[in-house]
Design a binder for this molecule. Sequence first.
Ligand SMILES: Nc1ncnc2c1ncn2[C@@H]1O[C@H](CSCC[C@H]([NH3+])C(=O)O)[C@@H](O)[C@H]1O
Length: 341
Amino acid sequence: MSAEQLASASDVNPAAIVDAMLGFHKTAALKAAIELDLFTAIAAGSDTPELLAGATGSAERGVRILGDFLTTAGFLTKDGARYGLTPSSQVFLDRKSPAYMGGVADFLTAPENLELFLDNPAAYVRNGGSPGLANMAPDHPVWLKFAEAMIPFVGVSAAGVAAEVASWPKPPRKILDIAAGHGMFGILVAKALPNAEITAVDWAAVLELARRNAEKAGVAGRYRTIAGSAFDVDWGRDYDLILLPNFLHHFDEETCTLLLRKVKASLAPDGRVIAVEFVPNEDRVSPPFAAAFALVMLATTPRGDAYTTSGLSAMARAAGFGGVSVRALPPTPASLVLFEP
Ligand SMILES: Nc1ncnc2c1ncn2[C@@H]1O[C@H](CSCC[C@H]([NH3+])C(=O)O)[C@@H](O)[C@H]1O
């Protein structure tokens, strides 16, 4: 199409393409607003550029331009010169809110993550995964950052899993939490079930944090840790429940099957297995968050992926399970995956 033809075309949108190329602008604006506590200041009544300048120690011109940008991006509202919070900004970005999740930016926008994504995107596409081990290198320090930062986001799924397990007629006692990270999946199950004993597996540095979280939650007496790779360590057997939250997606189907065989062999006779995953529909392009998560795995792991229900069922059956049932964990974009005996 010539420029003249384009000028009269109504079904094409060059701004959408430029906008996508500038996706990192949203990263920058949100990072700045979180660091300056802009959302908290607006919630407390500093809602004009002049007031926000005082409250955040910034130039008035700076907060005006940032506030306007965040309004166009859907994180603020604007009425005259006054900004307001959207329902999600109010719940998740006002530091005084119990559900505050500004801190997750410390992991999601960590320089090492941005570098893996942006340095050479064509390379991981060509290669079908990260050229090296990337985040899957043993003891990779990025996981400590994940464990420190991500509880406000992942903790909601952990609460959903704990509620599910607490509803079972026969409460599990001996529980294994594989790739425990911050530990909140096992810890919230332990809080819900006073007789439950948790064994957490992960890299050593991460487990130190999980242990501290278990202490804070008052369950440290029923919490033990085994440091090392889930593929190598001897984690014992006869577990009533094995948790695999946000772990399978880091690996290809074959490796997941290998791990699931080890999991199956460690179960007590009526033992259950729960994974937590972002599960796209079979079309692999919906719902958007779960579908887009596959790109995170492409950039940051050698062979990870977002698995659909049929993909999870296939690996479950290959490992000797009957299949899986998957249910949403609203309001999170994650799903609870229950392995069938
Ligand atoms: N080979 C491995 N063995 C055990 N843990 C691992 C391995 N590779 C990565 N990890 C851990 O896997 C976790 C993935 S993030 C998931 C953490 C937590 N289960 C949650 O759902 O939020 C990180 O804590 C990593 O340290």
